[in-house]
Design a protein around this ligand. Structure first.
Ligand code: HEM
Length: 412
């Protein structure tokens, strides 16, 4: 079996190069990952658009790598398969791409924005805004769920978190889409365009920052950063980098979970019926939707020394892609029906979509809160989302999501 995989590395296109964007655009990533999980859970891909890399595709070794941050660095090569190119990339250090001890201090600064008590404080606001959006939707008429619901809700939430000017909030979506698009690595012109947008974003946030410096602390993230020790000594790029991290972190991911909720439940109508009959399943369904979608397909680590992972020799400097998208389909953890949404799946919570270890998603509670409230408010209105055309998907191996989803809503 392994021989098949070994021979497969010889041709120009390695069928097990799971970084190819078309696999995600066409939703054809399932089969190569199933084979990798079965035959080579730690697999060396020699040729890809991102150079050679190791694919880590099952649950256990991903947890192992993320538990050893000294050996597997987030900082040395960054967190995506795309390498940093000094001429056309912005230097934007963010704490997701820092190792200890800098990571610890900077994470501690923003963590208070996501505590359970903060979530309680924000939940009324989130509920009100969710209700407003749902009440504005046309019944039995075709519209795009991504733009009307998923983008609008996540963008509103970010605008509240940052105390960002309301009328400009779609700028957050725009900047985030550019910042998170790792496919740009292949196009010099687009990279330069991105650079321009990131400077524009930086300048905009710098103005917001300037307006809050020297003012009493307010409960938004910019003010929190200004008043913290670890963040207040950052240079311009570090400040912008960390802000962009929070925007991108909270934007595409939650947005795509909200779309997965509409799309996924439509694909599994028996499961949707279970949920409609029993809204107490909403918290578990939230986890299950996040597992099933896995809005970030991978995070990257770089080995800081020679080591061994599941019998494979990893050399210092090697890059590893931790494929959460595949680990969340790992049959040994989630069973043979891992590809399905099962709203009462007993271990849905064990998913790796938020990562694991010291970098585990700091915004997880907020994402869960938003998605849970969306489902609760839909249940109150007995609102069902019917998918009426194929979704358009993001063509990328990092952000795993949708550009459009045509739907109609009806009452059940
Ligand atoms: C880190 C996924 C929502 C902010 C991460 C990581 C993943 C992830 C995979 C990296 C974990 C690792 O390297 O081990 C998700 C998913 C979300 C979501 C799937 C929604 C369903 C959010 C939200 C925010 C956010 C709403 C904030 C508004 C961050 C930040 C980090 C992070 C700041 C860096 C944490 C660190 O390095 O210590 N997220 N995220 N995320 N996320 Fe999220």
């Amino acid at each position: 079996m392994m021989a098949t995989l070994m021979q497969a590395t010889a041709p120009a296109v390695d069928p097990f190069d799971v970084s190819r964007a078309e696999l995600y655009r066409d939703d054809t990533w399932h089969a190569p990952f199933a084979q990798l999980r079965a035959e080579a859970p730690v697999y060396r891909c020699e040729h890809s658009d991102y150079g050679p890399y190791w694919s880590v595709s099952t649950y256990k070794p991903i947890v192992e790598v993320e538990s050893l941050p000294e050996i597997y660095s987030s900082e040395v090569g960054g967190i995506t398969l795309a390498d940093f190119i000094p001429e056309s990339d912005v230097r934007m250090p963010m704490f997701i791409a820092r190792d200890r001890p800098v990571h610890t201090g900077q994470r501690r600064t923003v963590a208070p924005a996501f505590t359970p008590s903060e979530m309680v404080r924000m939940s009324d606001d989130i509920r009100r805004r969710t209700a407003e959006i749902l009440d504005s939707l046309p019944w039995n008429t075709r519209f795009d769920w991504v733009d009307t619901v998923s983008i609008e809700l996540t963008t509103q939430m970010l605008a509240i978190l940052f105390d960002f000017p309301w009328e400009d909030r779609r700028k957050l979506t725009f900047w985030s889409d550019w910042a998170g698009d790792i496919e740009l690595v292949k196009n010099e012109e687009l990279r330069k365009q991105r650079l321009g947008y990131m400077y524009e974003c930086g300048a905009y946030f710098q103005n917001l920052w300037n307006a809050k410096v020297g003012q009493p602390q307010t409960p938004d993230l910019i003010s929190m950063m200004i008043h913290s020790d670890a963040m207040s000594h950052m240079d311009h790029f570090e400040f912008i980098g960390n802000l962009i991290l929070l925007i991108v972190g909270g934007n595409d991911t939650t947005r795509n979970s909200m779309t997965a909720l509409a799309y996924g439940l439509d694909r599994f109508p028996d499961e949707r019926a279970k949920l409609e009959a029993d809204p107490s399943l909403i918290p578990n369904t939230t986890q299950e939707i996040i597992r099933w979608q896995t809005p970030l397909a991978h995070m990257r680590r770089t080995a800081t020394r020679d080591t061994e992972l599941m019998g494979q020799t990893i050399r210092e400097g090697d890059k590893l892609a931790l494929w959460y998208i595949s680990a969340n389909r790992d049959e040994s953890v989630f069973g043979p029906d891992a590809d399905k949404i099962v709203v009462d799946r007993p271990n849905a919570r064990r998913h790796l979509a938020f990562g694991h270890g010291i970098h585990r998603c700091v915004g997880a509670r907020l994402a869960e809160l938003q998605i849970g409230i969306l489902m609760e408010e839909m249940a109150k209105r007995r609102m069902r989302v019917n998918v009426v055309g194929e979704p358009t998907r993001v063509a990328a191996c990092f952000v795993h999501g949708y550009r459009q989803l045509p739907v109609e809503i009806s009452r059940y």
